[in-house]
Design a protein around this ligand. Structure first.
Ligand SMILES: *Cc1c(COP(=O)(O)O)cnc(C)c1O
Length: 390
């Protein structure tokens, strides 16, 4: 099936299906072979070559969703990002990365890149000038993340792509938080898009996977490194991921709609100090988000007023789970100061704007009224207990 002119939900449902020629089943058969015909064949198939039937076909769905020629599926988001970086950076090269970045990516950069003799600079902020200031004569790649974790800052994708192009530097983006449902960075000039498919692609908190999408030429370079690093995904999980992605458009749109309603409601709540959501008019980059996103996403963060115990808030919620990961159909919360940013000192956290009262909220598909009730009841409960203690 060609991708030309198809709508989002049709792409999610149909592009990249593996035809069941033998039995004419409605869904893709699962090919679990790790061994394929070798002699006299055009394609030498092997799981680690990212070209088994299920991998090859699902990659077409991802490419169609991100408006690229080609894509690859990996065993995790980190396998995707590390392979992408190592495909374009070698000894003596320099990487510019946004200062607010997924923790695992930060660790990879700091712990692994020096071993390869690759230099890097974290920007001092996320404005175009901050990126411009970080560029050196040996800069080969600029990597951004927008909306960012956990404060949902918005980076100007078009402006960064333009800046990089003017200096012949490649660009990559972590598009995990927005998903292709809400943002297509390739259309804004970015060269490579990566995803933690563990998040919205999977969407049910039961798959760990990653993806990169770009042109055929760029993907060939990534493939050459990827087959050596060996970060492919098992075909069983590839098959599950295909099934999950059929509903991605529906899920993410429902989650995005819920997030907008909840952000507005939380913004007006007396026990909520502040809400971070690009869909709110009060968000500093609201206009920019509006110009480059199709929807504002389903991730938001909020600060409880200082009299409430953020740890107990997470413990006492009943419907909403406190959980490490994000983007599932179920709503989850996490305290960045106890998890992703726990290794920073209090001053460092303050410098990047992460208070102890901050809660990151991955909004699911539940009914908004039930989510509101859970939050209200929890706030009342912990508010009362604290009043008694005084
Ligand atoms: C989870 C996540 C990753 C890493 O993905 P894994 O699948 O856990 O390896 C990268 N970037 C962002 C924004 C994430 O949320």
């Amino acid at each position: 099936m060609t991708k030309k002119g198809l709508g989002l939900n049709t792409i999610c449902t149909h592009v990249g299906e593996v035809k069941d020629e033998q039995f004419k089943g409605a869904v893709s058969p699962m090919y679990l072979s790790s061994s394929y015909e070798f002699l006299d064949v055009d394609v030498k198939r092997y799981p680690r070559y990212f070209n088994t039937p299920n991998q090859e076909h699902l990659a077409k769905k991802i490419a169609a969703l991100e408006h690229t020629e080609s894509a690859m599926i990996f065993g995790s988001g980190m396998a995707a990002i590390s392979t992408m970086f190592l495909a374009f950076l070698q000894k003596g090269d320099h990487l510019v990365v946004q200062n607010t970045l997924y923790g695992g990516t930060v660790n990879f950069i700091k712990e692994e890149l020096p071993k390869y003799g690759i230099e890097y600079t974290f920007t001092s902020g996320y404005s175009v000038e901050d990126f411009e200031n970080a560029i050196q004569s040996n800069t080969k790649l600029i990597h951004i993340e927008t909306p960012s974790n956990p404060l949902m800052t918005i980076t100007d994708i078009k402006a960064i792509a333009k800046l990089a192009k003017s200096k012949s530097i490649l660009t990559s983006i972590d598009n995990t938080f927005a998903s292709p449902v809400n943002q297509n960075p390739i259309d804004l000039g970015i060269d490579m898009v990566m995803h933690s498919a563990t998040k919205y692609f999977g969407g049910h908190s039961d798959i760990c996977a990653g993806a990169v999408a770009s042109t055929n030429d760029i993907m060939e370079r990534i493939w050459n490194v990827g087959k050596n690093l060996g970060g492919s995904l098992s075909d069983m999980t590839v098959w599950m991921l295909e099934r999950s992605m059929k509903t991605m458009g529906l899920r993410v749109k429902a989650q995005t709609k819920n997030a907008m309603k909840l952000a507005k409601w939380l913004d007006g709540h007396s026990k909520i100090e502040k809400v971070y959501y690009p869909g709110l008019k009060t968000h500093p980059e609201h206009q920019l988000a509006k110009s480059q996103m199709k929807g504002f996403g389903a991730m938001l963060s909020f600060e409880l007023t200082s009299d409430l115990d953020a740890y107990r808030f997470q413990k006492e919620l009943s419907l909403i789970k406190s959980s490490m990961s994000l983007a599932g159909v179920e709503s989850t919360v996490i305290s960045p100061h106890l998890t992703s940013h726990a290794l920073l000192t209090e001053e460092e956290r303050k410098a990047v704007g992460i208070s102890d009262q901050l809660i990151r909220f991955s909004v699911g598909i539940e009914n908004v009224k039930d989510l509101k009730r859970d939050i209200s009841a929890t706030i009342n409960k912990i508010n009362k207990r604290e009043a008694i203690q005084i």
